[in-house]
Design a protein around this ligand. Structure first.
Ligand code: ATP
Length: 217
């Protein structure tokens, strides 16, 4: 089997160094061949983002440029439909074949809400799930809703190396450099005309400035 491929979805409103380190460290810790970034078009779980989907996509392209292990998937932005992860995974399965190990990358906060996702249980038939630690969000069964805790316990793989033995269905956790950066914090700083430098790539900040994004709270 080929190396597992990481799939990283998010609103990326805007993309920041927490996202970039998560993807970078996932490659190392999980032995991934690369990471496909999948900015959400119409995120179903939150309010309308402050900037357009195309602008969020453009910022992800700028942030990931130059890393040959990163690729950007515009499918969710281009689809005129809510961005359900299960649909995206079905599309990727059709594209990549049934044997390619796929690993959906999620932060601990995102995983904790997974039981509210559309057809969430079907996701395990399509991909593994790798949960990264995030400051303030413990990764333990006792802090998860009951049905998700059950999946977490039953599907847990003890070694990241096991990811390549199956196309999907397992759950792993991985510790990444803890960065208490959030897009919410960045949007707040920018709307208050405060510096967000060193929380996200300069190329993304330049784009934000050029397009006058996040000016109003
Ligand atoms: P917001 O503050 O607007 O909710 P966010 O910073 O959480 O945004 P998202 O685009 O919602 O960013 O996150 C995409 C994915 O990245 C999610 O799985 C989330 O858990 C993860 N993530 C975001 N920031 C971090 C971070 N600092 N450390 C670890 N994981 C993170």
């Amino acid at each position: 089997m080929s190396e597992p491929l990481g799939l990283f979805g998010g609103t990326f409103d805007p993309v920041h160094f927490g996202h970039l380190r998560l993807a970078e460290e996932a490659i190392v810790h999980l032995g991934l061949g690369g990471v496909r970034w999948m900015p959400a078009g119409q995120p179903p779980h939150r309010g309308v983002p402050q900037v357009t989907a195309e602008q969020r996509l453009a910022m992800v392209r700028l942030a990931t440029a130059g890393n040959e292990r990163f690729a950007v998937d515009a499918g969710e932005v281009e689809a005129a439909a809510p961005s359900y992860t299960v649909h995206t995974l079905e599309r990727l399965r059709a594209e990549l074949g049934v044997t390619q190990p796929l690993v959906l990358l999620v932060g601990a906060d995102a995983f904790a809400g997974m039981a509210s996702w559309h057809r969430w249980r079907d996701i395990f038939a399509l991909a593994h799930v790798a949960i990264s630690h995030r400051p303030g969000f413990p990764v333990e069964a006792s802090s998860l809703p009951h049905e998700l805790a059950t999946e977490f316990n039953d599907r847990r793989l003890s070694h990241a190396g096991d990811l390549k033995a199956m196309p999907g269905g397992g759950i792993v956790t991985f510790a990444m450099t803890q960065l208490a950066i959030s897009a919410t914090q960045i949007r707040k700083l920018l709307s208050n005309e405060l510096s967000a430098r060193y929380l996200l790539p300069d190329s993304v900040l330049d784009y934000i400035r050029t397009h006058s994004l996040y000016r109003n709270p």
